[in-house]
Design a protein around this ligand. Structure first.
Ligand code: ATP
Ligand code: MG
Length: 441
């Protein structure tokens, strides 16, 4: 902002940064509004990239952070030029492109909510409030600027932004802004799926997934983003999957709050798990092998989903692996079982298995097995998966009473492992665990 100002431009902090600071929250990122055109910004900052066709913006890089620098937009009522490179709308009123520049007094009316329309001026440390945003923030109200229905039609993503900010800030959506929300959900179908993917990540990985999800379901938007999942959740068989999803989203929120990493792979896996599982069962009943059925079902669900929320391949590929691993995790005998522990997708697949076990979608004993296995050392693991296995040492065994030291592990690992369980004859096979109910299908 100071560099822009020193070059003779106006520069304001705007949007979420001002809003969150007023609320005493830590801003997620900083957005700058200026009268400098994108090309001017690029001239001033070496570490700058111009992005966007719909809205041309400058991204200025500071280490790992990106500061979004937007040129003041002119407002709707300004003479609308025929030049489509400046302004382009579709027949629904959706703005496809708008690169008409203006002044701060125009720009403010183009913003979405009053709470997002405050400008912080570094010249005198004042906040410029054209819309009553300060008052709305104080009252915890999310109010769309202008005529709500027209604003949603201009950019249907604002429907999702309303939900996201209501969930994140705990704000109430003002009644006039809320009234058309439910009926306009269909507009989301015309938003490019790639943009919806970005928005879905913000909704579900921003630390307020449960609240966002509940509002999306409440307003009927969830069905426009994830139709197959929505139908599944509403169906009679949907109960366990509603529970699974809710638990997963609670975990996600907890992880974000604890500053632990969260992954979109896990998110989309739990979202799509219900429909995939049901479809895989159907395909299996028609003669496909379990793995093939799971792969086909995951492919179909992924393809169908792309028309709404475009999930990139870097996410769907590991997601499918996680799903297929649910089958492989049913095997608990044999040395190859141990190989699963080193699989790059093991941890996520195991987490999903635990969730499934909790809601009755998998055998709890199976989840316990994998929990126990991870806690054991290498020798004990081998004994666990291969209790009657052939012994390299000829079965003389390690001395009873824990004479084994860590140094011995690996030289006579299997025998040493058995020394940990002296009561059981090494030869006797453990009774085979019953096939977990409901996990074979
Ligand atoms: P966050 O905390 O998620 O960053 P934010 O309010 O800063 O919230 P951004 O997506 O970073 O949201 O956008 C910055 C600002 O740009 C918003 O505060 C708003 O003023 C404006 N804006 C962003 N998206 C839209 C939109 N779709 N329609 C109108 N104004 C928008
Ligand atoms: Mg922001």
């Amino acid at each position: 902002m100071y560099r822009l100002r020193d070059a003779g431009y106006q520069a304001f902090l705007v949007g979420g940064g001002v809003r969150d600071l007023l609320l005493g929250r830590e801003p997620k990122d900083f957005d700058i509004a200026t009268d400098a055109h994108p090309e001017d910004v690029r001239r001033l900052f070496r570490n700058c990239r111009l992005i966007g066709r719909r809205f041309r913006l400058a991204h200025v890089y500071f280490g790992r952070d990106i500061v979004e620098v937007a040129t003041f937009r002119s407002s709707e009522d300004e003479l609308a030029p025929d030049d489509e490179s400046l302004l382009l709308k579709d027949e629904e009123g959706r703005i496809l492109r708008d690169n008409r520049y203006g002044e701060i007094g125009d720009d403010v009316w183009r913003r979405d909510f009053t709470a997002n329309s405050l400008y912080y001026n570094i010249a005198d440390f004042s906040i410029w409030d054209y819309t009553g945003g300060v008052e709305d923030i104080r009252a915890g109200v999310l109010r769309l600027i202008g005529e709500p229905e027209a604003r949603y039609r201009e950019d249907p993503v604002r429907l999702l932004r309303a939900v996201r900010f209501a969930a994140k800030l705990g704000f109430r959506i003002d009644s006039a802004s809320e009234a058309p929300v439910r009926d306009l959900g269909f507009l989301l179908e015309s938003v490019p799926p790639a943009r919806l993917f970005d928005e879905v990540l913000k909704l579900f990985l921003g630390g307020h997934a449960v609240a966002s999800y509940e509002l999306l379901r409440h307003y009927g938007h969830f069905g426009h983003l994830f139709p197959a999942v929505d139908a599944m959740l509403d169906s009679e068989a949907g109960e366990p999957y509603r529970a699974l999803l809710l638990e997963a989203l609670q975990n996600t929120d907890r992880r974000v709050a604890d500053d632990e990493p969260v992954t979109p792979v896990f998110l989309f896996c739990v979202l799509l798990w219900g429909p995939v599982r049901r479809r895989a069962t159907y395909l299996e009943e028609r003669g496909e092998s379990p793995v093939q059925a799971m792969l086909l079902a995951a492919d179909e669900a992924g393809d169908e989903q792309q028309r709404h929320v475009a999930i990139p391949r870097r996410i769907t590929t590991p997601m499918k692996e996680m799903m297929v691993m649910q089958l492989r995790l049913q095997k608990t005998r044999g040395r190859r079982v141990l190989g699963m522990l080193g699989h790059p997708r093991f941890r996520a697949a195991y987490d999903l298995l635990c969730l499934r076990a909790r809601i009755g979608d998998a055998d709890p004993a199976l989840a316990e097995f994998w929990t126990r296995l991870q806690a054991l050392d290498e020798d004990a693991r081998l004994a666990e998966v291969d209790p009657g296995g052939r012994r390299k040492s000829g079965g003389k065994g390690a001395p009873d009473g824990g004479a084994r030291t860590d140094g011995e592990a690996g030289t006579d690992g299997e025998a040493a492992a058995d020394a940990d369980r002296p009561a059981r004859s090494r030869r006797r096979r453990r009774p085979r665990r019953r096939k977990p109910a409901g996990s074979a299908d």
